[in-house]
Design a binder for this molecule. Structure first.
Ligand code: AMP
Ligand code: GLY
Length: 431
């Protein structure tokens, strides 16, 4: 079997997906629409200038190039129904239908789903009225979590430390237009204490295979301080997910979610990302679902993956996941994001990046870059994800920080503590 493969998206996640797919003996050509500077430099990958929301253009390309497998990176096209459109055109496309992608596309849908199927999550209410939302917030202990209902590119969640702050945030979301359609409904939630982990599976109906666990670092600054971002780094595996917790996640969260989606008439196919809170008691709750792989979790997880990603994706598309395997090296992986000055607010662009051709042990996945002539320029807030393997999280982290010393662009910022929770656990278990 030789397949032409299309990856949709332009970030670090899509660079990592396309890179891993291109290593398969079954991959004939790997295209990325639109891709970035990193995918442009990969010898086995070709960028195609078609945007992820241009479904007609993507379908026309897939038919013309006889694409046998399309893998969708970001959530926006999935929520807008790209998989349904590809299927209508007779094309194999891995991802959930628009109906199933509501697990990410609408927080009120996913909360209702979780409660209906008895899957553990924070107590919540969903409102269109400011007064009702503010009244409900007062029934919860502080702090209170306020979320815009729809997709808000990671900016739709606020944690209010007082009820007055909650009132302001609710009014701003429901009455202002900062969140567009996504903000016309809000979800008010109980704040969960504990440690977060990312748990990603590939699924088709009841069948699934779990990827290695990972943990993201969403805050901009060391020590988890500063503004919330799309993710400043990630590592895998996440030791907070012990074997006992892993078994509970499968039986209390993943399996009931897949069964519930079938029972509700929306069988889930594709990558399913459960953002988890591991509470100090060892109980696990769902913080959110994403209908796609995580970014930057994809980078360390795929660097550790030993199985063939093409066979796995084709297995899921053809409802044959039962006959697939999904294995990872015991080595740990760490990815550190190098971000542009100003990110996650308005950020500096178009800076030349130096040092990318130096020999290094790390794999540099590009997140927001462009190839211009022979130089690579910054084009996004998150610019690069420098990713390495090591015998421990500590060793992988040291390798990444050593390799970052050779990379430079004006205004480059990054965290110096990616992996710190796992490293503290490694120290404790060694002593
Ligand atoms: P979400 O978009 O729902 O993943 O929320 C973004 C981030 O906000 C999460 O990764 C958590 O760090 C935080 N968060 C969301 N909901 C809660 C909650 N109920 N309790 C504590 N933290 C939360
Ligand atoms: N890293 C968090 C996400 O992909 O949503």
């Amino acid at each position: 079997m030789f397949l032409n493969i299309l990856v949709i998206g332009s970030g670090g996640r899509e660079h990592a997906l396309a890179w891993k797919l291109s290593q398969s003996a079954s991959a004939e050509s790997v295209f990325v629409a639109p891709g970035n500077g990193g995918t442009a430099l990969e010898p086995a990958i070709t960028n195609i200038p078609i945007e992820p929301m241009d479904f007609d253009g993507l379908i026309e390309f897939a038919i013309r190039e006889q694409v046998g497998l399309t893998v969708v990176g970001p959530e926006a096209p999935l929520v807008a129904g790209i998989v349904d459109r590809f299927h209508d055109a007779g094309l194999a496309c891995l991802g959930p239908s628009a109906a199933a992608a509501q697990l990410e596309g609408s927080k009120s849908f996913s909360k209702q789903f979780l409660v209906k199927h008895g899957i553990p999550t924070a107590a919540y209410g969903s409102f269109e009225s400011v007064r009702q939302a503010c009244d409900f917030a007062r029934t919860l202990p502080l702090p209170v979590v306020i979320k815009a209902d729809g997709l808000a590119a990671g900016k739709g969640v606020l944690i209010a430390q007082s009820y007055e702050e909650a009132d302001q945030v609710i009014a701003h979301m429901l009455e202002g237009d900062a969140f567009g359609q996504a903000g016309h409904r809000v979800v008010i939630e109980e704040f969960l204490f504990g440690e977060e982990a990312s748990f990603i599976v590939i699924a088709n109906g009841h069948s699934y295979l779990p990827f290695a666990t990972s943990q993201d670092h969403k805050a901009l600054l060391d020590g988890d301080l500063g503004l919330n971002t799309g993710g400043m780094g990630a590592y895998s595996p996440a030791p907070v997910v012990t074997d006992a917790i892993h078994a509970r996640v499968l039986s209390e969260i993943i399996e009931p979610t897949l069964a519930g989606m079938i029972a509700d008439g929306h069988p889930y196919k594709g990558f399913l990302y459960a953002g988890l809170m591991i509470e100090p008691t060892g109980d696990v709750k769902v913080v959110e679902f994403n209908c796609r792989f995580g970014d930057p979790e994809t980078q360390p997880v795929l660097l550790r993956m030993q199985s063939d990603l093409v066979s796995l994706c084709v297995g899921a598309v053809n409802n044959r996941l039962d006959s697939c395997t999904l294995e990872f090296t015991d080595a740990a992986a760490v990815a550190v994001v190098l971000a542009a000055e100003g990110y996650p607010q308005a950020y500096r662009k178009n800076e030349e990046i130096e040092g990318l051709s130096l020999p290094m042990a790390s794999k540099v996945f590009h997140c927001g870059t462009l190839l211009q002539g022979t130089s690579i320029k910054t084009s996004g807030g998150r610019v690069l994800a420098v990713t390495a393997l090591g015998n421990s999280v500590r060793a992988a982290q040291s390798q990444v920080y050593e390799d970052i010393q050779g990379i430079q662009f004006a205004g480059m910022q990054y965290r110096l503590d990616i992996g710190y929770r796992a490293i503290a656990r490694e120290k404790n278990s060694a002593s």
